[in-house]
Design a protein around this ligand. Sequence first.
Ligand code: HEC
Length: 106
Amino acid sequence: MNSIIVSMVATAGLVVSGFALAGDMPAEGKAKCGACHSIDKATMAPSFMEISEKFKGDKDASKKIAASITMGGSFGWEYGNMPARGLGANDAEIQSLSKFIAGLAK
Ligand code: HEC
């Protein structure tokens, strides 16, 4: 009995820590980008980590990323098209998400 409870607690702990990792995505990113993007898994769009790798070492990375998000469209990833501003991100959100994405690949 006790071991069942222990394993349930352990499982719950894993689930919670899984959420904590996914929680690294800023709130506006979850709401306006998370339907298509994840931080580290390619889903129906490139992961934010892959995108960060693409711009790594470019001192204008966050500016370029912001321009891509604002325009939307296709950027050569061959996933299809991204809607301009994702699901309605405003300029301030685009600025902060761009910095976040640019900072992922170190
Ligand atoms: C409806 C799905 C969808 C949503 C929502 C979405 N994206 Fe995308 N995004 C895509 C797809 C698809 C691509 C890849 C396009 C291609 O194949 O070139 C992409 C590509 C990108 C790129 C790559 C730009 C480049 O120059 O390589 C960035 C940065 C990006 N998205 C950021 C965001 C951010 C930030 C948000 C939220 C504000 C967001 N996306 C919301 C689908 C989406």
